[in-house]
Design a protein around this ligand. Structure first.
Ligand code: ISL
Length: 559
């Protein structure tokens, strides 16, 4: 198989910032853009190449910014357009690119388009959204919202319902309407002309709707995304967006491919089709998940999911991530929450994310080994997804205790607790006495300041590994081979490039063990390790690994 085409967005490491929780400069308990600006030197020293900024646009925050009221205005709580321009300039001057979040499957119901659209059946903006008459006094179809209840909301002004896949305050935009699409392309150009380097596209597969709005079957209802993400005109819309906008800039696009089939995913990211460059699929990060329930999973299952995304040709390029703002903290899900091995496991996940094939996406706090928070009551949650689903989950017979126990494994709020900068009050995130969301009390032992001063910290390991990875084309582009898919504790794989082969051996268990892989036969030397092993020539033939230890070997031989 010929090697993939080299691109900056295949080599760069992306770091996601959830602005609400990153750093507060104004003392109101909310993160803001000036706060991010103050941390650009931190990001540069960390060694990441691109920042993905979660929505910074004007919003009433029904879904923490994923409900946009004005696409060309900065959210007041976050600051001003001048602040945004300063952030972009400071990042670029530090050699860091900025991609922003494009949320165009839906807007806020407070957007002027929707305020107009709801006024009358013949309003010029009526068709910017999806309105249908009810049937016998009920909603047009049985489609459910992801955030609880029906996906149809009745509006008495015009005696019709409007569609919202998410919260009622997030009405879906009508992409069948060419004028609406042109407005979206204008918005994209507005930010691209400022110099952003691309977009992360929120639930982009959902923009094309089945126009019959036919009732879902009983089998389809528990997973509406399979219907919502298979609309007939998705590829047409994406190719039009590429032709009208993206083809005119050297930018990167990553689609949140929530709910798509493998075929749609492959078509959406095939570089010969001029649609999107990359996509997030959630099989890995949500392994074992059944909606808000987190079931057990095994390492062989996880390895098979990584194998699947490696079974691609040179026209496709994966993304690699185990954290984001919608999922629990990776060290709590994939690593080890036991303080004895927590840091080791966080470093192991760093090696996994940064040596797998694909563009790595890190999430704020992952570089510290930040963990889930133990929510003790529903009052502590902020997430609209929980609030929206609460009644119907309890009405289904689930007890409050059981729901809370599962949410403590699956809630989106785990990743939204404020970034932990120091062991001063509110973890140095804000001067205010209270943050918008609870600060994890373990900030006293997990924070930037403490880890900057400790050579063996998770933070310094990420810095070392990010530096190690830079420019290593054979590690970045090399072919992937799982050395032992069925092993229950060890994740071992090679990356074979033009000149070098890397062997990554990870002990994802709390047991010391020996992994049989003949290092001498292939002249491997130890290039990077979590534990104390001396680098260079290896004494013993096989690989000896302490609990949660990880080794990266290199050889001039091609395996
Ligand atoms: O899986 C989910 C649905 O139950 C959610 O975690 C999430 O809503 C889904 O992955 C889509 O996420 C994106 O769109 C949402 C927003 O709430 C998320 O933060 C965003 O990442 C609506 O804009």
């Amino acid at each position: 198989m010929s090697l993939p085409k080299k691109k900056w967005w295949k080599e760069d490491v992306v770091y996601q910032i959830y602005p609400r929780s990153f750093k507060d400069s104004k003392g109101d308990g909310l993160g803001d853009i000036q706060g991010i600006i103050s941390k650009v030197p931190y990001l540069k020293e960390l060694g990441v190449d691109v920042i993905w900024l979660s929505p910074h646009f004007d919003s009433p925050n029904a879904d923490n910014g994923y409900d946009i009221r004005d696409y060309e205005k900065v959210m007041e709580e976050f600051g001003t357009m001048e602040d945004f321009d300063t952030l972009l300039k400071d990042l670029n001057n530090s050699g860091i690119k900025l991609i922003i979040d494009l949320v165009v499957n839906h807007s806020s119901d407070e957007h002027r388009w929707f305020q107009e659209s709801k006024k009358s059946l013949d309003n010029p903006y009526r068709d910017y959204y999806i309105w249908r008459s009810g049937k016998e006094g009920k909603a047009p179809s049985n489609w459910p919202s992801f955030f609880g209840g029906s996906a149809w909301e009745y509006d008495k002004t015009t005696d019709q319902y409007y569609l919202h896949y998410f919260a009622k305050k997030q009405p879906d935009l009508n992409w069948e309407n060419e004028d609406l699409r042109k407005e979206v392309y204008q918005i994209m150009k507005f930010w691209l002309d400022k110099g952003v380097s691309g977009f992360r596209m929120d639930v982009i597969p959902l923009i094309s709707k089945h126009q019959d709005f036919k009732d879902m079957s009983v089998a389809e209802l528990p997973h509406p995304e399979t219907i919502y993400a298979s609309g007939p005109r998705l590829h047409e819309f994406l190719q039009e967006m590429h032709a009208e906008v993206l083809s005119k800039y050297d930018v990167m696009t990553v689609g949140e491919a929530f709910g798509v089939t493998e075929t749609i995913m492959n078509n959406m990211t095939d570089e010969r089709r001029d649609e999107l460059d990359l996509a997030f699929i959630f099989d890995i990060v949500r392994i074992g998940r059944d909606n808000w329930v987190q079931n057990e999973w095994s390492l062989p299952e996880l390895k098979s999911l990584f194998q699947e995304q490696n079974n691609t040709d040179q026209f496709h390029w994966p993304t690699v991530f185990v954290n984001n703002h919608d999922n629990p903290r990776s060290v709590s899900k994939f690593g080890c929450d036991d303080p004895k091995y927590r840091d080791m496991s966080a470093k192991l996940l760093a090696i996994l994310t940064l040596t797998q094939k694909g563009t790595p996406f890190l999430y704020q706090g992952e570089e510290l080994g930040m963990t889930n928070y133990n929510f003790t009551s529903f009052d502590e949650f902020d997430d609209v997804e929980i609030r929206g689903n609460y009644d119907q989950v309890l009405e289904s017979g689930v007890t409050k205790e059981a729901y809370l126990q599962e949410l403590n494994k699956s809630s989106r709020d785990h990743s939204r607790t404020p970034m932990q900068w120091s062991n001063t009050k509110q973890a140095g995130f804000t001067e205010a006495d209270k943050s918008w969301l609870v600060v994890n009390p373990n900030y006293t032992e997990i924070n930037v300041e403490d880890q900057q001063s400790k050579e063996q910290s998770v933070l310094n390991f990420y810095k070392k590994l990010l530096q190690f990875r830079k420019g290593k084309d054979d590690l970045i582009y090399g072919d992937y081979k799982d050395l032992d898919p069925e092993h229950a504790k060890v994740f071992a794989y090679t990356r074979t490039g033009v000149k070098e082969t890397y062997a990554i051996i990870l002990n994802m268990s709390s047991d010391a063990l020996e992994f049989s892989f003949d290092l001498h036969e292939h002249h491997f030397t130890l290039a990077l390790t979590i534990g104390e092993e001396p680098l260079g020539t290896v004494a013993h033939k096989n690989v000896k690994l302490q609990p949660w230890d990880g080794h990266v070997y290199v050889s001039k031989n091609k395996l």
